[in-house]
Design a protein around this ligand. Structure first.
Ligand code: CU
Length: 71
């Protein structure tokens, strides 16, 4: 089980949170998605997912993927 935080730009409201959460949850191995609107970050918990898969889900939801957040 790992936890990775990504920068995601363009999220502004509850709709955005739902859209991103729904897409990211569909990535194989993802168990939990936590979004911080103010910090523009998405924290993903699970096993076996890749950064590229998360990027794909974020882009599919319509938002800008900014890579992994600095720890
Ligand atoms: Cu929104």
């Amino acid at each position: 089980m790992s936890e990775t935080t990504y920068v995601v730009k363009g999220m502004t409201c509850g709709h955005c949170i739902r859209a991103v959460t729904t897409e990211v949850e569909q990535v194989s191995g993802v168990e939990a998605v936590r979004i911080d609107l103010a910090g523009a970050t998405v924290t993903v918990t699970g096993t076996g997912f890749t950064d590229e898969q998360i990027k794909g889900a974020v882009v599919e939801a319509g938002y800008e993927f900014g890579g992994t957040a600095a720890a």
